[in-house]
Design a protein around this ligand. Structure first.
Ligand SMILES: [Zn+2]
Length: 267
């Protein structure tokens, strides 16, 4: 088990979505894009952190049975060994060492750790109260993007982050900070990571799905609030400038392979 600070970037397969779901300006473009599904692991001497955890393991077996509508329309390509627990084993991190599951939001391609929360016995699940409430009171138009089977169940050790806790520093040492970035969903979080080597990252997650969204050369199509999404990408760019950090976009087929992916890691 790693007792130093490392950042791992994992890919939990791809979702083959039409471009009109990606960019507002591509409303008539049905070309398919192979959207990677990232998730993250931060090892830390005080306990390890899983950020999101990709898809539930059931998605590798029968995505339509587990997700319904979305998987009926967009092919999901995921191998069983790309699920959270086999990936933790591959990099030598024990499930019992996961202290926090931190959720950017609760969309279905981000709830892979919640799906196996009973296998993470010492973890608490950190998510904003706003996202938690939305995910438990879904509007009809939101249903396709959430999979309540992963998270709406008894025994989940929720730890709800209040609006006033913006910038929450998980360990109190500046290694992992949570910033509110609403727009994609009202309760969305992005993350600022500072590693011992001096390397820094801003994990935009779905507040910046692609670098085109981050740089505002395209507007995201799949948002709860476009004005909030614009404010949030501007916030991400300020945070990244201040920290001299590289932005990791949430689902960018071009940018994603340029990162050091697990089992490699950043220190
Ligand atoms: Zn999302």
């Amino acid at each position: 088990m790693a007792d130093d600070i490392r950042l791992y970037l994992f890919e939990c397969g791809i979702i083959r979505i039409p471009r009109y779901v990606v960019n507002l300006a591509d409303a008539l473009d049905e070309e398919r894009v192979d959207n990677p599904t990232p998730w993250y692991l931060l090892t830390h001497p005080r306990g390890n952190v899983v950020i999101d955890g990709g898809n539930a393991p059931e998605v590798a077996v029968d995505p339509v049975a587990h997700w319904g509508y979305l998987a009926e329309r967009s092919p999901v390509i995921m191998r069983p060994d790309q699920a959270l627990l086999p990936e933790l084993e591959r990099v030598g991190v024990a499930p019992e060492s996961v202290r926090w599951v931190v959720q950017s939001h609760l969309h279905l391609d981000h709830t892979g750790a919640l799906a196996v929360i009973d296998r993470l016995p010492t973890a608490e699940v950190l998510v904003t109260r706003t996202e938690h409430e939305a995910a438990h009171n879904l509007q009809s138009w939101e249903r396709a993007a959430y999979c309540p089977a992963d998270y709406d169940k008894p025994g989940v050790p929720w730890s709800l982050l209040e609006d006033g806790e913006d910038g929450y520093d998980i360990f109190g040492d500046g290694v992992l900070r949570c910033w509110r970035t609403p727009g994609h969903t009202a309760g969305h979080l992005s993350f600022e990571v500072h590693l011992p080597s001096g390397a820094s990252f801003v994990l935009a997650v779905d507040a910046g799905n692609t670098m085109e969204h981050v740089n505002e050369t395209q507007m995201p199509a799949f948002v709860q609030s476009t004005p909030d999404a614009i404010r949030s990408v501007r916030r991400l760019r300020r945070l990244a400038w201040r920290a001299q950090a590289r932005i990791v976009p949430g689902h960018d087929p071009e940018e994603w392979p340029s990162f050091r992916l697990a089992p490699e890691y950043y220190t």
